[in-house]
Design a binder for this molecule. Structure first.
Ligand code: HEM
Length: 528
C-alpha cells in the first residue's frame, strides 16, 4: 500500500502539471487501453463452449466490422479456414453468427418462421424506401401473399411480351447515347448498365407510362430513394439527415405518381395488360380484401428497387468479363448466327433457350459476382446447430453467405476462374451439380411457402437467388432481362479491356450490394 502511494503520489503531481486537453487525452488513452485489455481477456478467458467460436478482435463494438466490410467473401473464407463453417463475429456491436456451406445455407435460409426473422433486420432500411404495409412492414404471411401476386404476374406470356420491349430499349439506348457514337471508344460501363437496367425493367414490368417518366422525373427520385439503402442507415434510418429527408420526399412523390397512374388506369377500364402493376391492381388477399392502391404503389417501388441493384451490377460484371475475354464475346455472336440464322432476326423469348452459352454467361457471372453477399436473419429462439454442441442464442444475428459454397473447390473446379463453358456437362470444369445431373430439381426438392414451389436449398451449392421463404421471385425475369441485354449488345459491339489484358476490376463492397469498382472503363468497337 505504502509503495503504491509512494509511486502514485509523484505520478498524480505530474498529471496535474499537464494542460486540460492533455489530461483529457491521457484519460481517453488510458480508458482505451483498459477497454482493449478487458475485451482481449474476455475473449481468451471466457470462451463459451456451447456457442460458435468468436473471431478475435481488439476493440469491442467495432469488432470485425472493418475487416468484414472491406471484403466479406475473403473474411468468410479466412475465418472458415480458422474456425470451420460456423463462427461468430462482432458487426457494429452485434454478435453475428455466420454459417457457410450447404448445411449453413439450409440452416439459415430454410429456418423455421418461429426461429428466424428477416423483417426485424431489414424493416428499418426498407420501410422508409418502399412505404408502409408491404414486404417487411407486414406479417410474413402477408409478404408470402404479396410475393405470390408478383410471381403469378411473371408468366411465360408476359415474358414473351417483355423480350421485344427489352430489345428495343437496349438498341435505342446505344443509338441515342453520345458515349456510343462513332465506330469505337472507351466508356465507363457501370452507369450505362444501370441506366439500361432501369429502362428495360421499368418498361417491361411497369408499363410504358411509368417508363417514360424515367426520362424526366423518376430517375432522380429513384436515385434519392436509393440513398436510403446505405449501410449507415441500419443505425441512422430515423435521423433527419439530408439524404434521409430526400429519401422521404422521394418516397411520397414516387408513391403519388404510382397512385395517380393506378387511378387513371382504373378510370380507363383497361383490360388484358401484361405488366405487374395491372396484375397487382386486380389481386385479392385470401381474406377477400382487394390489394389497396397504396400497397400496389409500394410494391411497385419494392420490385424495381429489389431488381435494380442486383441486375445492374450483374450486367456490368458481364460486360466487364466479356471485355476481359473477347474470345467468349465472339463465340456468343457466332452462337446467335449458328442457332438463330445469319440475318439475326428480331430476338424472341423462345430464342433465348437456343443460346446455351448466352445463358451460361449469366449463370457463371452470378456464381462469381453474386450481388447479395450477406443474407441476415434475427434469431427468435435459441437454435441448436445440428451435429455440433453449439446453440445460437437470441441475441445473435444469423448471416448466410451462399456465395461461399458457389466458389468452393469441392463443388466447382478452379472456383475463382470465370469460365462459362464449365456449365456444359462434358467440361472438365463442370460443377458437381452439372456432372451429377442435379441441375433440374424434382418437386420433392421443393417446398411451397405460399407463393409457389421453390427450392428447399439444401442440395445445391449454387444459390445466387437465395432459398426458402424469402427466395427471389425475380429470378426468371432477371434471366430474361440479362440474357436479352447480352444478346443485343453482342450483336452490336466487340468489347476488350483498354490495355488489352484479361484482367477484371475489383469489387466495391461499400454499399449493401457488391458491384464493380468505378470507373470501370472498357473499349468498344462497333460490329459491322
Ligand atoms: C429476394 C437475388 C433480381 C425481387 C432475393 C434474394 C436474393 C435475390 C439472394 C433473397 C434475399 C433473402 O433471403 O433475404 C437476386 C439477384 C437478382 C435478383 C441475384 C438479379 C440478378 C430480382 C428482380 C426482382 C427481384 C429482377 C423483381 C422483379 C425479389 C423479391 C425478393 C427477392 C421480391 C423477396 C424478398 C423476401 O422475400 O424477403 N433476390 N434478385 N429480384 N428478390 Fe431478387
Amino acid at each position: 500500500m505504502g509503495l503504491i502511494q509512494d509511486l502514485a503520489g509523484p505520478a498524480a503531481e505530474r498529471f496535474a502539471q499537464f494542460g486540460l486537453a492533455s489530461q483529457i487525452g491521457i484519460a481517453v488513452a488510458g480508458f482505451l487501453v483498459v477497454t482493449v485489455a478487458l475485451n482481449v481477456l474476455n475473449q481468451l478467458l471466457f470462451k463459451n463452449p456451447n456457442e460458435p467460436p468468436v473471431v478475435f478482435h481488439w476493440f469491442p463494438v467495432v469488432g470485425s466490422t472493418i475487416t468484414y466490410g472491406m471484403d466479406p467473401p475473403r473474411f468468410f473464407k479466412e475465418n472458415r479456414a480458422k474456425h470451420g463453417d460456423c463462427f461468430t463475429f462482432i458487426l457494429l456491436g452485434k454478435k453475428t453468427t455466420v454459417y457457410v456451406g450447404t448445411q449453413g445455407n439450409e440452416f439459415i435460409l430454410n429456418g423455421k418462421i418461429r426461429d428466424v426473422c428477416a423483417e426485424e433486420i431489414y424493416t428499418v432500411l426498407t420501410t422508409p424506401v418502399f412505404g408502409k404495409d408491404v414486404v417487411y412492414d407486414c406479417p410474413n404471411s402477408k409478404l408470402m401473399e404479396q410475393k405470390k401476386f408478383m410471381k403469378v404476374a411473371l408468366t411465360t406470356e408476359a415474358f414473351r411480351s417483355y423480350v421485344p420491349i427489352i430489345s428495343d430499349e437496349v438498341t435505342s439506348y446505344f443509338k441515342r447515347t453520345p458515349d456510343f457514337k462513332g465506330q469505337s471508344g472507351v466508356v465507363d460501363i457501370c452507369p450505362k448498365m444501370a441506366q439500361i437496367t432501369i429502362f428495360t425493367a421499368s418498361h417491361a414490368l411497369q408499363g410504358k407510362e411509368i417508363r417514360d417518366k424515367f426520362d424526366v422525373t423518376l430517375a432522380d427520385l429513384y436515385h434519392d430513394l436509393d440513398m436510403g439503402f446505405s449501410p449507415i442507415n441500419f443505425m441512422l434510418h430515423w435521423a433527419p439527415l439530408p439524404w434521409n429527408n430526400r429519401r422521404d420526399h422521394a418516397q411520397r412523390t414516387v408513391s403519388n405518381i404510382y397512385m395517380d397512374t393506378i387511378k387513371s388506369r382504373r378510370a380507363r377500364g383497361e383490360t388484358g395488360a401484361q405488366d405487374i402493376m395491372y396484375h397487382l391492381m386486380n389481386s385479392t388477399y385470401k381474406d377477400g380484401v382487394k390489394v389497396p392502391d397504396h400497397e400496389v404503389a409500394h410494391m411497385m417501388i419494392a420490385l424495381l428497387m429489389a431488381g435494380q441493384h442486383s441486375s445492374s451490377s450483374t450486367s456490368a460484371w458481364i460486360m466487364l468479363r466479356l471485355a476481359s475475354r473477347p474470345d467468349i464475346m465472339e463465340q456468343l455472336y457466332q452462337e446467335q448466327v449458328r442457332n438463330l440464322g445469319a440475318d439475326l432476326p428480331p430476338l424472341a423469348y423462345e430464342d433465348l433457350a437456343k443460346l446455351p452459352l448466352n445463358q451460361a454467361i449469366v449463370k457463371e457471372t452470378l456464381r462469381l459476382h453474386a450481388p447479395i453477399h450477406s443474407i441476415m436473419r434475427a434469431v427468435k429462439q435459441p437454435m441448436p446447430v445440428p451435429g455440433t454442441k453449439y446453440v445460437v442464442p437470441t441475441n445473435h444475428v444469423l448471416l448466410a453467405a451462399p456465395g461461399v459454397s458457389g466458389t468452393d473447390a469441392q463443388y466447382f473446379p478452379e472456383p475463382e476462374l470465370w469460365e462459362p463453358h464449365r456449365w456444359e456437362r462434358d467440361s472438365p470444369l463442370a460443377p458437381s451439380i452439372v456432372r451429377n445431373e442435379q441441375v433440374e430439381e424434382t418437386d420433392e426438392d421443393k417446398i411451397d411457402y405460399g407463393y409457389g414451389l421453390v427450392s428447399k436449398g439444401a442440395a445445391s451449392p449454387y444459390l445466387p437467388f437465395g432459398a426458402g421463404r424469402h427466395r427471389c421471385i425475380g429470378e426468371h425475369f432477371a434471366n430474361v432481362q440479362l440474357q436479352t441485354i447480352v444478346a443485343e449488345t453482342v450483336r452490336l459491339f466487340k468489347f476488350r479491356n483498354v490495355d488489352g489484358s484479361n484482367d477484371v476490376i475489383g469489387t466495391d463492397y461499400a454499399s449493401l450490394f457488391s458491384r464493380p469498382l468505378e470507373p470501370a472503363n472498357i473499349h468498344w468497337e462497333r460490329r459491322n
